[in-house]
Design a protein around this ligand. Structure first.
Ligand code: SF4
Ligand code: SF4
Length: 79
């Protein structure tokens, strides 16, 4: 992913997910709340929009809960 800084941990946790966060980039205001609240450093604001690294996101849903404009939706991993 362009301009994306990988988390410093080496253990990928993406396979733990049953749900994944999907960002509505049109609604995202780039506030960084998701970035600050993610326990896995798996979401970052890049060029003013939140970008999820699915190699590390474990689908806990904290980012979706904390987003002030509710632009992160948790969706089933397998649809
Ligand atoms: S908390 Fe929501 S609005 Fe803020 S950067 Fe993250 S996705 Fe965008
Ligand atoms: S669902 Fe959890 S692990 Fe994944 S980006 Fe959001 S806060 Fe981070």
């Amino acid at each position: 992913m362009q301009n994306y800084v990988k988390p410093k941990c080496t253990n990928k946790t993406g396979s733990w997910r049953s749900q994944k966060p999907v960002v509505n980039k049109e609604k995202c205001i780039g506030c960084g709340t998701c970035e600050r609240s993610c326990p896995d450093m798996a979401v970052k604001v890049v060029d003013g929009k939140a970008v999820v690294d699915y190699d590390y996101c474990k689908g806990c849903g904290i980012c979706a809960n904390e987003c002030p404009v509710k632009c992160i939706q948790m969706k089933p991993e397998k649809e």
